[in-house]
Design a binder for this molecule. Structure first.
Ligand SMILES: Cc1cc2nc3c(=O)[nH]c(=O)nc-3n(C[C@H](O)[C@H](O)[C@H](O)COP(=O)(O)OP(=O)(O)OC[C@H]3O[C@@H](n4cnc5c(N)ncnc54)[C@H](O)[C@@H]3O)c2cc1C
Length: 327
């Protein structure tokens, strides 16, 4: 077993938007922070992927969160600062039917996470598997047999994965708290990323909620402004379709989703990828911004399952968790 040299005051497990926000706030207040994420890239469900084709160019796809809103003044202030820095811009979605302002990353939604990760100590491809409280600090064991040391942990994975981590670490929650966390279930979502030969028929500004039985969302990433060279379309299947087709072959899923989307495609599909989000968005929330565990050592649990099941909720929960630790 190798021991990582750095001893951090705080180890954040999960480099999604909630973990990164918490980490930046703590860093700005001079706390030593390390973030680990099991993914190849940071951002979690703020996810962006590329499909390259020698003839048809490179498609860039936001395939997790598509946009976000900012209803809370704290989050609005943060979004305003991102706009000034050129990281975020408005997306004129649903202007006819909603007064809400929709935002997106200028380059992609993952690029917001990448911006937050600048000047943070972030380790990707690191899966925390358990932790133990020893000699007044946490020892976090990872899947590749490294150990990270920290005085306090922030856990941000979707709740079923957080509960699994707590179980493997033999950390018990009060039964009622455990029950409340277990009751929060997530919508699954199958996403299909299609690179088209020609521009799609999806109208500007490039994103549409759908109320069909198969598709809940379709987006043209080119009209959205993040895929300048490739005709990149993102489809999100409904929660019902995703549940029923979870274990079905990708080809069968793709045929059905592309058929349902055909009125908006208007072009042949050059290449596609299917991604299964087991935990896309929580159906209900815990109702408090974070959860604190004190025994055997300090842990703060946060994320989008606490106050609001979306990007804004994840940010507000991450902010509140950091403020609790600083307070
Ligand atoms: C298909 C889809 C569409 C969505 N659409 C929207 C939308 O349009 N608007 C909106 O506001 N929200 C949307 N959301 C929800 C939004 O993306 C999430 O609410 C938000 O990104 C959650 O952030 P988070 O930090 O709480 O969790 P996550 O982003 O899930 O971050 C948790 C991180 O923990 C990591 N992790 C898990 N276990 C471990 C471990 N053991 N060790 C190390 N790392 C670990 C994961 O890799 C992940 O990066 C959508 C989500 C999906 C999937």
């Amino acid at each position: 077993m190798t021991q990582k040299a750095s001893t951090s005051s705080c180890l954040v497990i999960g480099g999604g938007i909630s973990g990164l926000i918490a980490a930046t706030v703590l860093r700005d207040r001079n706390m030593q922070v390390t973030v680990v994420d099991k993914g190849r890239a940071i951002g979690g469900r703020m996810a962006t992927r590329r499909i390259r084709n020698s003839q048809y160019g490179e498609g860039i796809f936001d395939y997790g969160a598509q946009y976000f809103t900012a209803q809370d003044p704290k989050f609005q202030a943060l979004v305003n600062s991102w706009i000034q820095e050129g990281i975020v811009k408005e997306w004129s979605l649903n202007q006819q039917i909603s007064r809400k302002v929709y935002y997106r990353g200028v380059n992609s939604n993952r690029s917001i996470a990448q911006h937050l990760a600048e000047n943070l100590d972030v380790h990707t491809n690191i899966k925390a598997i358990s932790f133990a409280w020893q000699d007044d600090h946490w020892q976090v064991l990872t899947a590749n047999n490294e150990t990270f040391l920290a005085d306090v942990l922030i856990l941000t994975p979707p709740l079923p994965q957080t509960l699994e981590l707590l179980d493997r670490s033999q950390i018990q929650l009060p039964p009622e708290t455990r029950h409340r966390l277990e009751e929060i279930v997530y919508h699954p979502c199958i996403a299909l990323l299609a690179l088209l030969a020609q521009p799609s028929q999806i109208p500007s500004p490039g994103g549409m909620h759908l109320d069909g039985t198969l598709l809940s969302w379709i987006a043209c990433n080119q009209k959205k402004g993040i895929s300048p060279q490739g005709n990149a379309v993102t489809l999100h299947a409904t929660s019902e379709f995703s549940k029923i087709h979870w274990d079905i072959d990708n080809t069968v899923i793709a045929n059905q989703l592309l058929e349902a989307a055909s009125p908006w495609l208007g072009s042949s599909v050059i290449d596609y990828q299917v991604h299964r989000w087991r935990y896309s968005q929580p159906q209900t929330v815990y109702g408090e911004p974070y959860l604190v565990v004190t025994k055997p050592g300090p842990i703060v649990i946060c994320g989008d399952a606490f106050i609001q099941p979306d990007v804004e909720g994840a940010v507000l929960s991450g902010l509140a968790a950091a403020e609790y630790l600083l307070g």
